[in-house]
Ligand binder design. Structure first.
Ligand code: BGC
Length: 354
């Protein structure tokens, strides 16, 4: 709740500020132009999305402070996990005069209504984080996608886990030469769920770690659900579990919550690893509850989204531009930010005064 308040608090602040600047006839600095970006997120309670939007709004505020001529105003909706609601929100954003809409799809297989409405009104759309299939993305030239490469995050997760297991032979608590593991997975059908699980296991094997899967369980990116699933897994496998691979930090921390609740001693806990590098995820690595995480570059994604939106709205050829981190658009459609490794050894690079 607290996070959402600050996210929407910030949204209101930026929108209000933009509205005041335009309403007051452009002070300070005689602003002559306003660009309007509509955003709809699949679920405002998702930790990663909340943080990405916080960064996006901070980038917008910074752009407004820097550019004395153009005001960027942003209108944001929460689709609360309903594709029907999200379709209605896009309709509203179009009717409110948005120049471009950023969509964090609820159902990544069902963007057709949104695409049809946007095309009809000639309003470009940047999809982000929840990747639509190629056929949909290529169905109109004013559609774009910003995200990351899921397989890369899984590989990095597997490599971090492998390095940890090599350095800590005691992690194989039963000493059978094989690591018994469970997986906590994100939403079924999300591009980042299955791919992350598969590639992290592949990377462990490539690194020469012998592993044995006990079970995988879907916890929908959610900390509470993950705690619940972990409780069931512990009841079933007890101390056999030596490694918990997860598709995101919130689920990794849900597993930690369950061990904390059971007051399990450190030497009886499995190694637990996440993906995202959210504030709570970083804290988990700092305090040793997680062996590591994988940075899902929300800063880069948010900045690329704003830069691409500004370029498209002002009629620049996005193909000729370079975006956050020196990236450019690939196939005229995609910007994918790279993932990176976060472990106790390098976490100080990710400390941003938190
Ligand atoms: C993130 C998850 C998030 C999901 C939402 C993923 O890329 O790693 O934390 O819940 O996106 O779509």
């Amino acid at each position: 709740m607290k996070k959402c308040r600050s996210f929407f608090g910030m949204l209101c602040a930026v929108c209000l500020c933009a509205a005041l600047l335009t309403a007051c006839g452009s002070k300070p600095g005689n602003r002559t132009r306003e660009i309007r970006i509509g955003v709809t997120v699949y679920d405002e309670y998702d930790t990663f999305i909340t943080e990405l939007m916080e960064v996006f709004m901070a980038d917008v505020a910074e752009a407004n402070a820097r550019d004395q001529e153009t005001t960027v105003s942003v209108l944001t909706y929460n689709a609360a996990q309903s594709q029907i609601t999200q379709n209605e929100q896009v309709e509203k954003l179009i009717s409110k005069g948005c120049d471009l809409i950023c969509v964090n799809l609820v159902d990544r297989t069902d963007p057709s209504m949104i695409i049809d409405m946007a095309r009809e009104a000639d309003i470009p759309v940047i999809f982000f984080n929840r990747e639509l299939v190629e056929e949909d993305l290529f169905s109109w030239d004013k559609l774009y996608y910003i995200g990351a490469d899921a397989s890369e995050s899984g590989k990095i997760e597997g490599r971090i886990a492998a390095a940890y297991l090599k350095e800590n032979p005691g992690a194989d608590r039963n000493g059978d030469g094989s690591i018994q593991y469970v997986v906590l997975e994100g939403e079924a059908g999300h591009q980042d769920a299955i791919v992350r699980s598969d590639t992290s296991v592949d990377a462990l094997l490539e690194e020469g770690i012998k592993i044995e899967k006990l079970e995988s369980s879907i916890a929908n990116w959610n900390r509470g659900q993950a705690q619940n699933r972990m409780s069931q897994l512990i009841d079933r496998y007890g101390e056999e579990i030596e490694l918990v691979l997860t598709n995101n930090d919130d689920m990794a921390l849900g597993a930690v919550d369950e061990y904390d609740k059971r007051e399990t001693a450190g030497d009886k806990r499995p190694a637990i690893i996440g993906i995202d590098g959210t504030k709570v995820g970083l804290e988990g690595v700092r305090n040793g509850k997680l062996i590591g995480t994988v940075y899902n570059d929300k800063e880069g994604q948010a900045l690329a989204m704003l830069q691409l939106a500004q370029a498209v709205i002002s009629g620049k050829d996005p193909d000729s531009l370079s975006f956050a981190d020196g990236l450019s658009l690939t196939e005229g459609k995609y910007i994918r930010l790279p993932y990176s490794e976060i472990t106790p050894e390098n976490i100080s690079q990710y400390d941003k005064g938190e």
